[in-house]
Design a binder for this molecule. Structure first.
Ligand SMILES: Nc1ncnc2c1ncn2[C@@H]1O[C@H](COP(=O)(O)OP(=O)(O)OP(=O)(O)O)[C@@H](O)[C@H]1O
Ligand SMILES: [Mg+2]
Length: 350
């Protein structure tokens, strides 16, 4: 394993020009993903998770989008790559699984053809070889009777099977980076667990690096090695899964963990949702973007939180962008019962 990260994102900015003004969807985001590791990106709706990952894949409409910064994949800067070069990488070296498999698969072609076409495009394989590869992939993702189901159309598959088919399609060329954008949100809990196990197995087999986007810290606890918490287009906290879930440092992460339902309880009802609403990305709050919702600005004192932007300082990949001192955080961090290692292990209360 090389010591340089496989994916390195530096000071990424993705701004959209709209009739109302400039939407700063991602505003100075940096992170790394090492070979064979899984980075979980978590944050509320609208925090910029999908926009970030569409930028990595080069899928934004150039006309209304201004992208700055650096995205290095295995040393190649994706932001200065041509569309042709990106075409060659997508589906091959990097691939994505979307939330809604039905919307991502064509209803007009068989599952086998869709998996096979991606394979043919990047390998130049014959139709027969591509079909055999599609059967092999369907088998790998646990579709029963893959040699028969390969000729089915997407509507003949159940939701969980379609999601598996999309994973098969994403993995057909053994991508080195797999981006999974809420791939299990629409599925019931049992199928969700099966898909997560499948991704973990495939990762062990192939050493793929994974970016896993989710609202759900329970999912992060299950699959991630490292965690990036996003708020209003910025990273507010980063670290290993254990560090972030068992010793969170940012009030927003405290809020996320506090709003996480216990695994025994209903998964649909957050216990204590974070009060307030996500920030406007047209006119983001000054200072810390989280300050209008933060219960701890008084602790910091003065107007610091509303005037000074906190900087994310990392020590060995670990840190939080917040004006609270370490001593204050140790004192204020709420007792959390987050799940750190899969199901059951409670975090240390503070
Ligand atoms: N093409 C666009 N033009 C203008 N604004 C956009 C565009 N695409 C996304 N946005 C805005 O950028 C912000 C971030 O969107 P993004 O889709 O990344 O959120 P997300 O974190 O993935 O949320 P969710 O969890 O709901 O999927 C949102 O406010 C969204 O409205
Ligand atoms: Mg999204």
């Amino acid at each position: 394993m090389s010591s340089t990260p496989f994916l390195s994102v530096r000071d990424l900015r993705v701004h959209f020009s709209t009739e109302d003004g400039m939407v700063k969807a991602v505003d100075g985001l940096s992170f790394d993903v090492a070979h064979g590791r899984t980075l979980g990106i978590v944050g509320e709706s609208g925090s910029g998770k999908s926009v970030t990952n569409l930028a990595i894949l080069g899928l934004h409409n150039a006309e209304h989008t201004k992208i700055d910064g650096e995205i290095l994949l295995d040393g190649q800067d994706l932001l200065t790559s041509t569309e042709r070069e990106l075409e060659r990488l997508r589906g091959n070296k990097m691939a994505m699984i979307f939330q809604d498999a039905l919307a991502s698969l064509s209803p007009y072609h068989t599952i086998g053809r869709q998996i096979g076409e991606t394979y043919r495009k990047h390998t130049g394989a014959s139709k027969r070889e591509a079909r055999a590869r599609a059967v092999e992939m369907l088998n790998k993702v646990g579709i029963p009777q893959p040699d028969l189901r390969v000729d089915d159309y997407p509507h003949q598959f159940s939701g969980g099977m379609r999601q598996r088919a999309m994973i098969a399609m994403a993995l057909v060329c053994n991508p080195e980076l797999l981006i999974a954008d809420e791939p299990t949100t629409a599925l019931d809990v049992t199928v969700q667990a099966q898909i997560m196990d499948l991704l973990k197995e495939l990762q062990q087999e192939t050493g793929t690096s994974i970016i896993f986007i989710t609202h759900d810290l329970g999912v992060i606890a299950d699959i991630a090695d490292d965690v990036l918490v996003m708020y209003g287009g910025k990273c507010v906290e980063r670290g290993s899964k254990k560090e972030v879930l068992s010793n969170p440092q940012h009030p927003y992460t405290w809020g996320l963990l506090g709003s996480m339902p216990s695994l025994e309880g209903s998964v649909d009802v957050p216990l204590n949702p974070i009060p307030g609403t996500p920030p406007s990305l047209l006119n983001p709050p000054t200072g810390c973007r989280f300050h209008p919702r933060c219960a701890f600005t008084r602790e910091v004192g003065g107007a610091t939180c509303s005037t000074d932007e906190p900087i994310l300082r990392l020590l060995k990949g670990r840190g939080a962008a917040c004006h609270l001192t370490t001593e204050q955080r140790d004192r204020l961090a709420p007792g959390l019962t987050a799940v750190v290692e899969g199901h059951g292990a409670a975090a240390q209360p503070h």
